[in-house]
Design a protein around this ligand. Structure first.
Ligand code: UD1
Ligand code: CA
Length: 455
């Protein structure tokens, strides 16, 4: 099939310089949601009609690697939804039907669109409609005595009787393409808004004897569009709730399904529990029996079985092994790779470092560009000085090392297996195996010293 996505509208009510369809929902542009759903239907042609901010729309999709299968068509000026589809006729494969979607309606499901495709199977025109308690602003579906669809009338052109109709046009429809092209040719802008209405193809279809059918979505929110920041925020919450419900359904324990945000994909094993206020971004994979405390941020992270992540931890592009204890207030930055049984405590930052099994850094440390062995104990306040102002250097800490508190390791430097570093050491040369290495001024006390007295 051909899929045409209308995305030329200005979105004035967003009060933003960003084109409306690029505003993110769950971390992804509205238009990208529509494209992802459209691609599930395996369209032969996928066409985006852009207009306001069209250059930026094209650039953002290309930068995200999302434009290769798209045909972009510019609509300028924007003279209505019918005019928008008119711009695409040269690209429509006549042997396939054409599905019209809106770039600012992000949450329509594949199931609903399949249902619409089925409703159009006998070469009919099929419209996705919904019954709204408050239909104000929408085009109304006008049916005849036999309940057949006759036409669509826009709010501004409707009589009082027509405005009393609660069944509305969602704007999503599928049409046989040869007939669609003919109908588009006959549109006029002789209406209250002086626009070429796509909806006027319905009456033409009826007079051509092409049947008009309809399908309905499972949820009203699937058909809601974004015209304002308020509507965007409402759809964001709806989408997050849908995702949270899917997690609950899959057996994940959520302290509060209304207080979790997933901006990407979150895969959880069995008996995972997630406390309130956590944000998951990119691709996050969590193994069985993991517990995540309140207000953690996990972006592109893998977490192994049985690990506990305590409150306020921030994990970015990191791999956490099984049975770790992370946080509270831990920060794992890109390239942090932790094996089993590792403890990373409060105010400890780990970047581009591998930490082997059972090693611990429990308090106030920076571990950067480090290869750390197993069973290492890193004392409070230990810092790897990995940066000389120009280049980054590696620190190697072998198995069974004990590092006293407030130690600086000036990289490049190696601490050999079993070495002990005395508290306060500034290590500038390699520390030998199994010995105590210490750099510290000798302690001194002055027995006759007197405190100065205030004059
Ligand atoms: C349209 C429908 C209305 C339906 C409503 C659902 C028409 C005439 N009316 O109304 O029956 O109930 O959607 O929300 O079709 N767009 C363009 N180019 C244009 C005009 C619009 O690309 O020249 C795009 C917009 O960016 C938007 C979509 O088409 O994504 C709908 O436009 P909008 O102005 O919101 O349609 P309505 O007039 O509200
Ligand atoms: Ca709209």
């Amino acid at each position: 099939m051909n899929i045409v996505i209308l995305a030329a509208g200005m979105g004035k009510r967003m009060r933003s310089d960003l084109p409306k369809v690029l505003h993110p929902l769950a971390g992804k542009p509205l238009l990208a949601h529509v494209l992802d759903t459209a691609r599930k239907l395996k369209p032969g042609r996928l066409i985006v009609v852009d207009g306001h901010g069209g250059e930026l729309v094209r650039k953002k999709l290309a930068d995200a690697g999302q434009a290769d299968d798209l045909i972009f068509v510019r609509q300028a000026p924007q003279l209505g939804t019918g005019h928008a589809v008119q711009q695409t006729v040269a690209y429509l494969d006549e042997s396939q039907p054409t599905l019209v979607l809106y770039g600012d309606v992000p949450l329509t499901t594949e199931i609903t669109l399949q249902r619409l495709v089925e409703a159009a199977a006998q070469n009919s025109l099929a419209i996705l409609t919904v019954n709204l308690n408050d239909p104000t602003g929408y085009g109304r579906i006008v049916r005849n005595a036999a309940n057949g669809i006759e036409r669509i009338v826009e709010q501004k052109d409707a009589t009082a009787n027509e405005r009393a109709i609660h069944e509305v046009n969602t704007g999503i429809l599928i049409a046989p393409t040869v007939a669609l092209k003919r109908w588009l040719n006959n549109l006029s802008n002789n209406n209250a808004q002086g626009e070429y209405y796509l909806t006027d193809i319905v009456a033409q279809s009826v007079s051509d004897g092409v049947p008009v059918t309809s399908a309905q979505p499972d949820h009203e929110w699937e058909t809601l569009g974004v015209n304002s920041q308020s509507q965007l925020a409402q759809l964001e919450r709806q989408h997050q709730l849908t995702q949270a419900e899917a997690l609950l359904e899959a057996g994940v324990t959520l302290a509060d399904p209304a207080r979790i945000d997933i901006r990407g994909t979150l895969n959880c094993g069995r008996d995972v529990s997630i406390d309130v206020g956590c944000v998951f971004e990119g691709k996050v994979t969590i193994a069985d029996q993991v517990r995540i405390g309140p207000h953690c941020v996990l972006r592109n992270v893998k977490v192994g079985t049985g690990t506990i992540i305590e409150a306020f931890s921030h994990l970015d592009d990191a791999t956490v092994g099984a049975d770790n204890r992370i946080g509270p207030y831990a920060r794992l930055r890109p390239g942090a790779v932790l094996a089993e049984g590792v403890h990373i405590g409060n105010f400890v930052e780990v970047k581009n470092s591998q930490i082997a099994a059972q090693s611990k850094a429990n308090h106030l440390s920076y571990i950067g560009d480090t290869t750390m062995g197993a069973r290492v104990n890193v004392g409070a306040g230990t810092i790897t000085c990995n940066y000389d102002g120009v280049n980054k250097h590696r620190t190697v800490i072998e198995d069974d090392v004990f590092i006293g508190s407030d130690t600086q390791l000036v990289a490049p430097v190696t601490v050999k297996r079993g070495a002990t570093l005395g508290a306060g050491t500034t290590l500038t040369q390699d520390a030998p195996q199994d010995q105590l290495t210490i750099s510290r001024a000798k302690q001194l006390s002055l027995p006759n010293w007197k405190r100065p007295i205030k004059k």
